[in-house]
Design a protein around this ligand. Structure first.
Ligand SMILES: [Fe+2]
Length: 255
């Protein structure tokens, strides 16, 4: 989504179809797939250097969601199964931007999270915290023309996990974003400011030091609603789109 060169588009071979291409994150800026303190990455991270796949039609096109697939109710996680969820009601809002700061409209934003007690409604989550019959922890919304999204939800609780002795995940909300192409998918986590659990969390600390603040939302008193909900603002920046469809030999692309 970022124009970074001035080269003219070139039709794909044997057709008039012009395929966009997307910038590849430099290897030294990618989130590491293996991190010493994050135990399970030791058994699931690839042992060999990943191979960049060429951008073909499958990679540069994306899901067609349809206008009616996402409803307004999908953005309010506090009203499910005919009742109100327990916990601190919050508004989480922000914009989806490309790397030039331009809004990304019509992007699918999906979230999942633990309930106020820190428990997921999931078959493998059975630590002794209560489930909430009126909270399933799932939400989705499509960004508007200005790239904006907004959810009403419950502030998730911290939860224990087995990474190390007395390990607890800081409160967080999982995000998945789809831009206009399958290669524009981003899966990440949003955190809350000044969480005392940051220091012992290897997932948070696996991010480069200079990038961690971008995963932490900002408390917004102005946007908070009196007698109703606190607000947290979090903008998400997707990588840019390179308009140039030229193929080069330097990165092995054969679009
Ligand atoms: Fe989680």
């Amino acid at each position: 989504m970022t124009g970074t060169t001035s080269r003219e588009p070139r039709p794909a071979s044997d057709s008039a179809l012009v395929l966009p291409r997307y910038l590849r994150e430099p290897a030294d800026r990618r989130t590491p797939v293996a991190y010493a303190g994050y135990k399970s990455t030791g058994v699931r991270a690839p042992l060999r250097t990943p191979v960049d796949l060429p951008h073909r039609l499958t990679e540069v096109t994306g899901p067609v969601l349809g206008e009616d697939m996402v409803t307004a109710a999908d953005a309010d996680l506090t009203l499910r199964q005919g009742g109100e969820a327990q916990g601190q009601r919050i508004i989480v809002y922000g914009r989806v931007l490309d790397s030039d700061g331009r809004p990304v409209p019509h992007a699918l934003v999906e979230i999942w999270q633990a309930n106020a007690a820190g428990r997921y409604r999931h078959v493998v989550d059975n630590w002794p915290a209560p489930l909430d019959p009126h909270f399933d922890g799932l939400g989705r919304v499509v960004t508007d023309d200005l790239g904006r999204y907004e959810f009403t939800t419950i502030k998730p609780g911290a939860y224990p996990w087995g990474n190390h002795h007395n390990a607890w995940r800081p409160a967080h909300i999982h995000f998945s974003l789809f831009g206009q192409a399958f290669t524009q998918r981003l899966v990440t986590q949003m955190y809350f400011p000044d969480d005392p659990l940051f220091g012992q969390d290897p997932i948070f600390n696996s991010m480069p030091t200079t990038a961690r603040h971008r995963a932490v939302s900002r408390f917004d008193l102005e946007r908070s609603q009196p007698n109703w909900a606190l607000a947290f603002q979090w903008d998400i920046v997707l990588r840019g789109r390179e308009q140039t469809p030229f193929e080069t030999d330097d990165d092995g692309d054969v679009a």
